[in-house]
Design a protein. Structure first.
Length: 353
């Protein structure tokens, strides 16, 4: 078996065949999602692939690259909601593939002037020990994702009394739930301007770039892996978000405006999204991660009966970490948007590096 670099868009057919035979394939591992990354301004997409004896992909690590005056970084995989790391076909030997790909990714970085490798591991895998042994990262940050196993339990048997009470109230408010696999630009704009922006301003949170949702809608439309879901009260959109469908269903950036919060639209959105996953024969609902375990969103997800598992940001420094720590963190965020460069506390301790 040999390793090769595959590129966008030349190797689409080869990658699509790999996805059809992937173990635990998420929507974020699909070719459509790689197109989202590849068409993000400033990001160059590639993947390090391990080919079998007939030239088919047996395993790969997709990644994006940003190169500028500060440095050169590759990340698997950048952008919000993405998951990356080593992806395997059903016939692959995990130990062999992780060792081979992670070792060769480091060599690739050294030969191509890359300063730092960043990986966000994918959920529903027990592979941290292989990253630790073969990637030998310098920094890590734990992110706990919360999920519901609807293969074993109906959601009605998992949610606590508070969720049941709020759901009952929301059902009395004449809210209407919509889903589309091909949302118009006007629909996305309405959600972003009337729901996302007011809520994020109110929370004082970093606002996601609307270009991300245009790209998701453009490349995942009618793929069976994406729905834009939203709720109206009369004519007003009061809640909305993105549903991604693969081996699991991800509920991403479900946001309600002030009216939606008062009407319980978020609870109704989540409940109907979960039921949609049940009808689609999805086994797991991934609520993704929250800022901290003490956050309101983390505690809210617990009320649905969520279980927890870890994902990790892993960083391997190839050259000198001071290339980045000497730069103001705000400039790093600006120059490497939606890349995990280093844990924040590295800047706080940079005087000791």
């Amino acid at each position: 078996m040999k390793t090769v670099i595959i590129r966008y868009p030349d190797d689409e057919i080869k990658y699509r065949r790999f996805y059809q035979n992937m173990t635990i394939p998420l929507a974020q591992h699909s070719w459509e999602w790689q197109c989202v990354i590849a068409n993000w301004p400033t990001i160059e997409w590639s993947a390090l692939a391990l080919l079998d004896c007939v030239g088919e992909i047996e395993a790969c690590i997709p990644f994006g690259c940003i190169s500028n005056s500060i440095g050169k970084i590759i990340m698997s995989s950048p952008l919000p909601a993405s998951y990356g790391g080593v992806l395997l076909s059903k016939k692959a030997n995990p130990e062999h593939c992780y060792k081979r790909l992670l070792t060769e990714l480091i060599e690739y970085a050294k030969k191509n002037g890359i300063d730092l490798i960043s990986i966000f591991t994918s959920p529903f895998r027990e592979d941290y020990h292989m990253y630790k042994e073969y990637f030998m990262h310098d920094y890590e940050l734990l992110k706990t994702y919360q999920y519901i196993d609807i293969n074993k339990n109906e959601v009605e048997n998992l949610m606590n009394r508070n969720i049941k009470r709020n759901l009952k109230k929301s059902l009395q408010n004449n809210l209407i739930f919509f889903q589309t696999q091909n949302p118009s630009k006007d629909l996305i704009d309405e959600w972003y301007n009337k729901v996302v922006l007011p809520r994020f301003y109110n929370k004082g949170a970093n606002i996601p770039d609307i270009k991300l949702f245009y790209l998701i809608a453009s490349y995942l439309k009618d793929s069976g892996m994406f729905k834009f879901s939203y709720i109206r009260k009369n004519k007003e959109m009061v809640s909305g978000g993105v549903n991604l469908y693969g081996w699991s269903e991800d509920i991403y950036l479900r946001v309600s405006n002030q009216n939606g919060l008062e009407l319980g639209a978020g609870v109704l959105f989540d409940y109907l999204s979960i039921k949609d996953g049940e009808y689609s024969n999805i086994s797991y609902i991934n609520f993704q991660s929250s800022p901290t375990r003490d956050s309101t969103s983390f505690k809210y997800k617990q009320q649905w009966g969520c279980q927890e598992n870890p994902c990790y940001y892993l960083v391997k420094v190839i050259t000198d970490v001071r290339k980045f720590t000497k730069i103001n963190i705000d400039m790093i965020l600006k120059q490497f948007p939606y890349f995990f460069v280093l844990p924040y506390d590295v800047w706080n301790n940079s005087n000791s590096i």
